[in-house]
Design a protein around this ligand. Sequence first.
Ligand SMILES: Cc1cc2nc3c(=O)[nH]c(=O)nc-3n(C[C@H](O)[C@H](O)[C@H](O)COP(=O)(O)OP(=O)(O)OC[C@H]3O[C@@H](n4cnc5c(N)ncnc54)[C@H](O)[C@@H]3O)c2cc1C
Length: 403
Amino acid sequence: MEHFDVAVVGARAGGAAAAMLLARQGLRVLLVDRDRYGADTLSTHALMRGGVLLLSRWGLLDRIVAAGTPPVRQTRFHYDTETAIVSIKPRLGVEALYAPRRSLLDAVLVDAARAAGAEVRFGVTVTGLLRDDSGRVAGVLGRDREGASVTVRARLTVGADGRRSTVARAAGARTLRTGTGAGAVVYGYWTGLETSGYEWFYRPGHTAGMIPTNDGQVCVFAGMPAAVFAAGAGGDGVGGRVNGKANGGRMSSGRAGGGLHGRYHRMLADATNGAGGRLAAAEPPRRLRTWVGRPGFIREAQGPGWALVGDAGSFVDPLSSHGITDALRDAEWLALAVASAGEPGSVPGAFAAGRDRVMGPIHDAADRIAAYDWDMPRVRRHLMELNSAMSAEVESIGATGAG
Ligand SMILES: Cc1cc2nc3c(=O)[nH]c(=O)nc-3n(C[C@H](O)[C@H](O)[C@H](O)COP(=O)(O)OP(=O)(O)OC[C@H]3O[C@@H](n4cnc5c(N)ncnc54)[C@H](O)[C@@H]3O)c2cc1C
């Protein structure tokens, strides 16, 4: 039996950041993940201002920039035939936004957690939680790649293990809010595509986005209501199954020439109207990834001996481009709460209260956008709601710091 102050399950945006910040406080932290270091994951990766602000505050933005991640200084919102251009104004030390590949961002965070003194173990799958005599969560149970059992006692267990969190389930975290909207997304990486920054496209029943990223590539997604996608509308029979396998929302790929590619290009044409010929002039992806869509939710963020950060605690539809920023924010606010208590075993309720206050409006706005139940004036209004919820969050992040 090993003993740590904190056991963190999941070593990506939420978990690696939480482990880093808690280790920087001098706590003995174990960070585990069943995946491997530097692995990609099913996610596009546009960061919003709050996320960039935190990476900068933690001293990690330089590594993202040094890796060649292009700055984003402008967002274009294409509403059918109209375009609105929003410049990213320098504020709170954020001069530009960035969209680093997850293989880069998550690795930078894991490296920083290690450098801060956290012990990091990949290939460890957590299967359950330890409890003490009072029923309080007291650590994790799991197994490593060789099948050997792992038992770790910890004063605080942090679930950063994503949407289908084992920690949340084993801790009995209640679901506080469930959305109804769900969008499906197909995305891939284009070469030689001209973009002026982030670009979001909205047409009735269709969305798309362009996200400039590392290696001169642009991540381009096409979206539609999950139910329409699953029904296979578009006529190629791909539906909710990709490459012949049921797709439960995990990473799946389709190779060039397959039905998924035809469907992706039709979805893009429907959403962008060809983007002024720019797509035709660029090199399309050979590999595509599919997210079949799931409604958002908010779960209880903490209980005796446990806390949840990132998607484990709250999941918002990818159309919000906000999940990574949420995960980084949760890590920061959890670390602040632990620091204020001076004891990892008793996280003040202020952590959950703060998370709920900012997540409620973000969840609601994202849910309305993901419902695809809008015309152009209405989607503009929903995006304004999302923007004001994000601004309130940035103000809160700007006001405090766990660095
Ligand atoms: C299609 C799509 C596009 C998206 N686009 C964006 C975007 O542009 N911008 C944005 O901000 N967000 C986006 N998101 C959301 C973003 O991907 C998530 O919000 C973010 O990954 C959450 O980070 P996390 O650290 O909480 O969890 P995750 O990234 O889900 O990481 C969880 C980790 O936990 C590990 N794990 C799970 N279970 C166990 C276990 N039992 N034992 C050990 N380890 C375990 C997993 O291996 C994984 O590494 C998108 C999501 C999707 C699906």
